[in-house]
Design a protein around this ligand. Structure first.
Ligand SMILES: NC(=O)c1ccc[n+]([C@@H]2O[C@H](COP(=O)([O-])OP(=O)(O)OC[C@H]3O[C@@H](n4cnc5c(N)ncnc54)[C@H](OP(=O)(O)O)[C@@H]3O)[C@@H](O)[C@H]2O)c1
Length: 302
């Protein structure tokens, strides 16, 4: 298949591209800069030069492809405070790709996150692929993609856990937590730190995207989750050991001061199951889990 990948030069894209090429697909990656274009060419992909906001260009590239994987997200805008702008751009891009693929039966795999399940109040059990949230930031985009299944698109959603980890991860939540612990001289957790975060190795997540592209049932939500929930205190303790700093509890009221923008997430209990994804796609994670990957040490090389 010739696959258009947006965000192909990013953390997860840089594992998805080789995963697709190794399986015999051809890849066209969206690149907004010379550097990203060069990285994609070096990886063996074709390049479609353009920005996420160039909706006509996106439509054209999606029409020319046999399937689309959407990973691009305006993280820079989000980090500088324009979260709603990033959300709106994501939705516009999804609508443009959806319009290009309508009625074609082609696959469209897009991205969401497991944290939305906790924000939606699913806290008494592990969230599953069958849990549907009515609306909200990023949730609307997820639901729009799933809705394309009613319009002749073999659409599916991959929900990623907050920690997607590997040597390819340079600015995700893991490196951010490590950087905060380094700066503060303490690796924190909120309260007892009993809340859990799911995780997946980037290469295992990339395989979910490929399997979804190749065979997901239209309108399905998938969980690229390997560790269903690692207690935050264990994550903080492992970071503390590797940095040689203490691990300590942070009062809930001090979470934003200590963790900055991550303060909104660090106390969330986000247990997430991938039982159905494993059944539906025949997917099993084979790469190291979160604690083993942190223990490996690559995150702590300066
Ligand atoms: N990483 C995680 O732990 C995690 C967890 C949950 C959900 N997610 C979601 O997974 C998706 C991929 O995440 P990631 O970690 O791979 O992100 P990333 O490393 O920040 O990569 C973002 C990608 O989007 C591209 N991009 C950003 N703005 C663009 C624009 N205006 N026009 C065109 N391309 C643009 C970037 O291109 P450049 O190379 O040119 O910058 C890059 O290829 C995102 O939707 C993210 O929110 C990630």
């Amino acid at each position: 298949m010739r696959v258009l990948v947006t965000g192909a030069s990013g953390h997860i894209g840089s594992a998805v591209v080789p995963e697709l090429l190794a399986a015999g697909h051809e890849v066209t990656g969206l690149a907004r800069s010379e550097d990203s274009a060069a990285a994609l060419t070096a990886a063996g992909a074709e390049v479609h030069r353009g920005d996420l906001d160039d909706l006509e260009g996106l439509k054209h590239a999606a029409t020319a492809a046999d399937g689309v994987i959407h990973l691009a997200f305006k993280h820079e805008a989000m980090r500088s405070g324009d979260f709603l702008g990033a959300i709106a751009a994501d939705m516009s891009a999804i609508e443009a790709i959806g319009a290009a693929l309508e009625g074609s039966g082609k696959p469209f795999v897009s991205t969401s996150g497991t944290l939305m399940l906790t924000f939606a109040g699913i806290t008494d059990r592990a969230g599953t692929e069958l849990d549907v949230v009515e609306g909200g930031p990023r949730v609307d985009a997820e639901n729009a993609v799933v809705g394309l299944a009613e319009h002749g698109v073999r659409s599916s959603i991959v929900r990623l856990p907050p920690l997607v980890h590997s040597t390819l991860d340079h600015h995700g939540f893991g490196p951010t937590l490590i950087s905060i612990a380094r700066q503060k001289g303490v690796s924190g957790y909120v309260g007892e730190g009993a809340n859990r975060w799911p995780a997946v190795h980037t290469v295992d997540a990339a395989r979910v995207y490929r399997l979804a592209l190749e065979g997901a049932t239209p309108g399905t939500r998938l969980h690229a989750v390997a560790d269903e929930g690692v207690p935050f205190r264990q994550i903080a303790g492992t970071i503390a050991n590797k940095l040689g700093v203490p691990s300590a509890s942070v009062a809930p009221d001090d979470a934003t001061e200590h963790f900055s923008f991550l303060g909104a997430f660090v106390s969330l209990d986000n247990l997430a199951s991938s039982k159905l994804t494993r059944e539906w796609l025949g997917w099993e994670p084979t790469h190291p889990g979160l604690i083993a990957d942190l223990d490996d040490g690559h995150y702590f090389e300066q």
